[in-house]
Every structure is written in structure tokens, then in C-alpha cells.
Ligand binder design. Structure first.
Ligand code: OGA
Ligand code: ZN
Length: 417
């Protein structure tokens, strides 16, 4: 009994010894062990007080500036330990707050006695290093988006995932969410085809986003349709609900029956088209970014007038793509400045044609049990017309907000580490 434990302890101690020596000799060590990043804790070698910030010199030569108000606001005691919300209120101290005394204490922590409020703060070196905005701002931004064009069609199995895999394991769910986040598209195969059965798999992610179309919305052709999706007509590549201030982040079209002739699906990565324009037609790209378009809902069943102005493309704080607004069917009568109208229409024309160009779009046919899932503000979707007399076609649609997809993915990945 005792021997195996003894050996394990010896091996463990030896490993620690080797590891410690090894890390001491290195200035900076970042190992990737089984996909987990292990960073060696950096130490503070010197402090310097300036007029508005404390400068930290690290033992690997890096330097960080920490603003006084930032430091006081982020004192480790500032937050409630349960809600994690900040209880400390920076507005209750003056803008001139500064460290009266500061040093690195025997535990390696930065200790600051503040000029006001009779308060001392203790900061972990690791926390300071991880949250150092001087170093973090130097890092090159890496986009989570893997842009794609029509070549994805040959490898469509790369964006397919089976229902059972998602339902039976968090790994399966992560795989689906990663496809949605990185590629903006995934097709779930072999789902049940009972009505409303989509809820079960979607609730593995989170709650759905409600709209006046109800959840799920029924994509069938009906008399007196209030939306062109509820006809047998072709739908050009579009996003849903561009007239909302915050259109649904993701859409899920669950195919229950698809026996009618026609009704084939299409998808295009509008971010990839935008990237093409950025490189090849900067003037069009800039117009798409700058000039707000007008979208409006003219739904005769509604006792509400919904409308919104937004440019065709918007970017994030890092200059990455944030969202696209494109829908030929629901763009309203534009009312931008007369000097801009020609430019705006030309840009819309160029962008729209590329969004339907076979260099960029993929085409496929949904099978009963498929859930065509996509980022509604990145990947535009469409269908060819179908013949309702040749068979039946029934999809059920659901929306989920982007926060739910990204938030769930982050949570699951952290728990897996
Ligand atoms: C929709 C839609 C596509 C289809 O309902 O928003 O675009 O294949 N449907 O019917
Ligand atoms: Zn649609």
C-alpha cells in the first residue's frame, strides 16, 4: 500500500525540484501542457511613483504604468465577495488620490497606503501582471473569426455536427458553439423532427430570444403572408430583423419537412465579403461603414412601427467586424444626404452583388432533422423558390442572442480547464 504512494511523492517532489530550478533560470516561461497555458509568476523588482501613476518594473524587463485612480478603484476589497459587484465608489474620493506610502511587502504583494480614506490596498503581483493595461495594449489583436468563401462547400462536413453528440457531452456542445463563434455557421444533423423539438437542444445553450413572430416561428407558405419567408418565393441572401436596434445574434432553422421541389438553401459570410472590399475597393468599404441605411418593418399584422438606422457594416473597438445589416427586402426608402445617395447606392449594389457571387456563397439542401444554425449578423441566408404543389416544406425558426452563445462557450471552456 504505502510503497506506491511513496513513489508518487518522490516523483512529484523531484518534478517540483527540476521545475523550480528550470523556471528560476528562465526569464519568462510559458508552457503549453495538454492545451493549458502555465505561466510562471513574475515578480516586481522596482517601483517608481510618477505624477499620476505608479510604474512597476518587472523581473523580466517589462514595465507597467498603473494609474492611481485605477489602482484605488480595483483594490481587491472593492467588490462584494458574493455578487462580485463593486461596492467601493471612486466618486467618494478626490481625483487627486495617490499613494502616500507604497512598497512590496514580504509576501511579494504591492502594498499602498492611500492619501485619503484611511485605507491600505494589497495587490497580488500575478493579478497586476494579468491586468496590466500597458502590456495588454501592446498585444496584437487576434480575430476569433475564420472567414470563409465558396470553398467551404467542398468541406461542408467540417461545419456539420450530430444532434446526439451535442446532447450527450459538453465537448459536443463546445464544438457546436465554436463553429458558431468562429465560422458563424453550423449544421446540426439527425435531430428529431417533432414540432418544437428544437427547444431541447437550444436550451443546452440558453434561453431563446422572443420576437413578435413567436418562438418557434413557422416557415411555411401561408395565405396573406406578413413576411416573404412565409411564401414559396425565393429569398435573396439576407439577415433577419435588420430593423431592430439589436437584431438577433443567432438564428436556427430546424428543418422538419423538405419534400417540395426547390427551396434549396444558401449562405454567405458577409465578413469575408467585407474583407475582400477592404482590400480591393476601399472607397466602397468606407461608405458601407460610414453611411447609415434605413430599415423598416411594414408588417400589417403589427400595432407597432419598428425602424432603425445603421450602416451596412460596423466594426468592434479592435477594428474587427461587428455586424452586417443587409436585406434587399426590408431596406426602407433611403433618406441620406443628396450628395451621398449615388455613392451609397453604388456601394450597396457592389456589396449586394458580391453577397450573391458564387465565389463567396455556398449552396446546400436541408434534410429533415437538420438545424441550419448561423450568426444572423454575419452570415446571410437565403433559399431558392419552391413549388408548394410538389410536396411539403416546413422549417421552425428560433433566435438566440449573441451574448448567450459567447457567454456559454466561455463558461464551458473555463470549466474544462
Ligand atoms: C426565414 C428564412 C429560409 C428558408 O424564415 O427567415 O429566411 O429556407 N427562411 O425558408
Ligand atoms: Zn430569414
Amino acid at each position: 500500500w504505502i510503497w506506491p504512494k511513496y513513489f508518487v511523492t518522490i516523483i512529484y517532489l523531484n518534478f517540483c525540484h527540476i521545475f523550480n530550478n528550470f523556471s528560476r533560470r528562465l526569464k519568462y516561461l510559458q508552457i503549453n501542457l495538454f492545451g493549458i497555458n502555465i505561466g510562471i509568476m513574475r515578480q516586481i523588482s522596482k517601483l517608481e511613483k510618477n505624477s499620476t501613476y505608479l510604474k512597476i518594473f518587472w523581473d523580466d524587463g517589462e514595465e507597467s504604468k498603473f494609474n492611481f485612480m485605477w489602482l484605488r478603484d480595483n483594490c481587491p476589497t472593492a467588490h462584494d465577495k458574493d455578487s462580485n459587484h463593486r461596492m467601493f465608489n471612486i466618486l467618494n474620493v478626490s481625483k487627486n488620490i495617490n499613494p502616500k506610502k507604497y512598497n512590496i511587502n514580504e509576501n511579494g504583494k504591492l502594498e499602498i497606503e492611500w492619501s485619503e480614506g484611511n485605507h491600505t490596498s494589497y495587490y497580488d503581483a500575478k493579478w497586476l501582471r494579468d491586468n496590466c493595461y500597458t502590456i495588454n495594449n501592446k498585444k496584437k489583436y487576434v480575430s476569433p473569426y475564420e472567414l470563409w468563401d465558396s470553398s467551404l462547400q467542398k468541406n461542408i462536413q467540417n461545419i456539420s455536427i450530430e444532434y446526439d453528440e451535442i446532447m450527450s457531452s459538453d465537448e459536443g456542445l463546445i464544438k457546436w458553439l465554436e463553429l458558431l463563434h468562429h465560422k458563424g455557421i453550423a449544421i446540426v444533423k439527425k435531430s428529431p423532427t417533432e414540432k418544437e423539438s428544437g427547444f431541447k437542444i437550444l436550451n443546452r445553450i440558453s434561453h431563446t430570444r422572443e420576437t413578435f413572430f413567436k418562438t418557434p416561428f413557422e416557415v411555411i407558405n401561408i395565405p396573406k403572408p406578413n413576411n416573404s419567408a412565409y411564401t414559396a418565393h425565393a429569398l435573396r441572401n439576407h439577415m433577419d430583423l435588420p430593423w431592430f436596434e439589436n437584431p438577433p445574434g443567432y438564428q436556427f432553422l430546424h428543418c422538419l419537412i423538405n419534400s417540395a421541389k426547390g427551396g434549396d438553401s444558401s449562405a454567405v459570410d458577409a465578413f469575408a465579403v467585407a474583407e475582400y472590399l477592404k482590400k480591393n475597393d476601399k472607397e466602397t468599404f468606407d461608405t458601407l461603414l460610414k453611411v447609415p441605411l434605413k430599415f423598416r418593418d411594414k408588417d400589417y399584422t403589427q400595432k407597432s412601427h419598428r425602424g432603425f438606422y445603421a450602416p451596412a457594416l460596423s466594426l468592434t473597438k479592435d477594428g474587427d467586424y461587428h455586424d452586417v445589416r443587409f436585406s434587399v427586402a426590408t431596406m426602407d426608402t433611403l433618406d441620406c444626404h443628396p450628395d451621398l445617395m449615388e455613392k451609397v447606392y453604388k456601394s450597396h449594389h457592389i456589396f449586394g452583388n458580391l453577397l450573391h457571387d458564387d465565389r463567396f456563397q455556398i449552396k446546400f439542401r436541408l434534410q429533415p432533422g437538420d438545424i441550419y444554425s448561423f450568426n444572423n449578423r454575419r452570415v446571410l441566408h437565403g433559399r431558392t423558390e419552391f413549388d408548394p404543389n410538389s410536396g411539403h416544406r416546413h422549417l421552425q425558426g428560433y433566435y438566440i442572442d449573441r451574448d448567450e452563445i459567447i457567454g456559454r462557450l466561455e463558461y464551458l471552456k473555463k470549466n474544462k480547464l
